[in-house]
Ligand binder design. Structure first.
Ligand code: NAD
Length: 505
């Protein structure tokens, strides 16, 4: 965190409250880097308690009329928003690449997967249909309606600055809530552009607001009595803190945390296909994906040929600035993060692991910007930091086991349980794995099994705190509360006093 000093040529990223940009007044701000050059490219305002309070007050006021807006009108706005995102995919992707560093094709993929959530929310009239039971007793009907909660908030991570906010706000707004987004301070610009597009789509002012900031803003969101629910995506320690503090303050909370995703490769797997998948899923987006594969669990004799096939593919990965055509992997988010990732490779031999490929020696690691070459570790085991921790960088570990049972035990005993994959040609083994494995999202010959928007996304164990997964049907459930109405219209002349407990038959 830096104290703001006005600098010539450096962009300033401000809040978005009540349908317009609002400059921060706290005097505190953060630095937004260009990870491809290592230079500062913007400052981002950090909200004070009063500024968060102002945004919440605006959202609370907007809720009064937004919750009364017809479902068809809400859907119409979502459809228009969908069209605007579609038409401006490249601009959103460029904003992502500039601040995050991921390659432009990867950023376009992020926009596409975010867009799916907007498309899902376009169906809100259908999604909010309740149930109706006629004649539950003589002349008595029962029905359920789902109503919005009020002002809800989203706190999002740096690695998907457009998609993860869309995971949250598309359903939150469509269901009739008003929204406060606290994006990652490391790449805050995409969220502001989405805010502009929402306004252009016809969303009334105050329904969607963005406050930038750090712990001060987050803690105020956690405490504010007018915020009814919080969606969080980020690292596990913060997810746990958000869940514990938010629920203590009486809020509904879903908090998605970190990951360590295993890819189990059985002896009958196609080696080339498994190697292609492992390399793509480990090094795509420089490993900064919560669904990245970070451990290959090689079963039986598969380890040596698989490592060889992975090793052959690694030098072919084109690393460089995300906006330059042809590059497949960009830099890491900050210098500090790059150095932390590199420290896992440095320490691996001291822990007993073998460094097969050392990304620190790759010439790309010497470039300006926060680049680090791809690394491959072998003989990695539980108890080593490179196995236990989420590294969140371009480092792939291989753990050797003898049997399927050993592989399963390894996966199930890891504290994280976000995604997991199995590679095999044996349908029976795959089905058994799907039945046995303790993780929220399972890929069968699919290394990154991110569910489509009409399912819901979430891990198990230390990868999720709360009950409901994010987006899709569970997202609609999260942002609404059920009301069950029992009604009758009897002839008043039949009315009498009856102290018995109502029975239906
Ligand atoms: P992070 O936990 O550092 O930050 C997430 C958000 O929390 C940011 O908005 C940040 O400003 C805020 N924050 C950070 N420290 C805080 C503190 N002490 N108090 C209050 N708020 C705080 O995560 P990150 O580095 O931005 O993102 C990477 C992490 O997110 C990885 O662990 C990754 O696995 C995880 N992630 C998980 C999923 C998932 O779906 N499970 C998806 C994407 C990312």
């Amino acid at each position: 965190m830096a104290v703001r000093e006005p600098e010539v040529g450096i962009k300033r990223v401000s809040h978005w409250i009540g349908g317009k940009l609002v400059e921060g007044k706290s005097g505190r701000s953060g630095v937004v880097w260009n990870p491809a050059t290592g230079a500062q490219q913007a400052t981002v305002d950090f909200a004070s308690v009063e500024e968060v309070d102002h945004a919440v007050a605006v959202a609370k006021e907007a809720f009064k009329s937004w919750r009364q807006t017809a479902l068809s009108r809400r859907a119409e706005i979502m459809f228009k928003f969908r069209e605007l995102i579609d038409a401006n995919r490249r601009k959103i992707a460029e904003l992502i690449t500039l601040e995050h560093g991921k390659t432009l094709p990867d950023a376009l993929g992020e926009v596409a997967r975010g867009l799916e959530n907007v498309e899902f929310a376009c169906g809100i009239p259908n999604l909010l249909k309740g149930g109706f039971s006629e004649q539950v007793s003589r002349g008595v009907d029962v029905y359920q309606i789902r109503q919005p909660l009020g002002v809800v908030a989203g706190i999002t991570p740096f690695n998907f600055p457009a998609m993860v906010p869309m995971w949250m706000f598309a359903n939150a707004i469509a269901t009739g809530n008003t929204f406060i987004l606290k994006p990652s301070e490391k790449d805050p610009s995409a969220s502001l552009y989405l805010a502009e597009l929402l306004k252009e789509a016809g969303l009334p002012d105050g329904v969607f607001n963005v406050v930038h900031g750090d712990k001060v803003a987050v803690d105020r969101i956690l405490e504010h009595p007018d915020i009814k629910a919080i969606s969080f995506v980020g690292s596990t320690p913060i997810a746990k803190y958000i869940y514990e503090t938010g629920t203590k303050n009486g809020k509904r909370v879903q908090a998605l945390g970190g990951a360590k995703n295993h890819m189990v490769v059985l002896p009958d797997a196609d080696i080339n296909m498994a190697a292609d998948a492992a390399v793509s899923a480990a090094y795509g987006s420089a490993g900064e994906r919560c669904m990245a594969i970070s451990v290959v669990v090689a079963v039986g004799d598969v380890a040596d040929p698989l490592i060889e096939a992975i090793k052959q593919r690694m030098p072919k990965i084109k690393v460089g600035p995300g906006l330059e055509e042809g590059n497949e992997m960009g830099p890491l988010i900050t210098k500090e993060h790059r150095d932390k990732v590199a420290s896992y490779v440095e320490n691996a031999p001291k822990e007993g692991a073998t460094v097969v490929v050392d990304g620190r020696q790759d010439p790309v690691s010497a470039r300006e910007g926060f680049f680090l070459g791809t690394s491959l570790l072998d003989n990695v085991k539980p108890g080593m930091k490179c196995y236990d921790d989420e590294i969140f960088g371009p480092v792939l570990s291989v753990t050797r086991v003898k049997t399927y049972e050993e592989a399963l035990k390894l996966v199930n005993e890891h504290p994280y349980g976000n995604g997991v994959a199995i590679f095999t040609r044996d349908g029976g083994a795959a089905r058994q794995f799907q039945f046995d494995v303790e993780a929220g999202m399972v890929g069968i010959n699919v290394p990154i099994p991110v569910p489509v928007a009409y399912y819901s996304f979430g891990g198990w164990k230390a990868s999720l705190f709360g009950d409901l997964h994010m987006y899709g049907p569970e997202g609609v459930q999260f942002y609404t509360r059920a009301k069950v109405v029992t009604s009758r219209w009897p002839d008043p002349s039949t009315s009498k006093v009856d102290l018995g407990f109502p029975q239906v038959r």
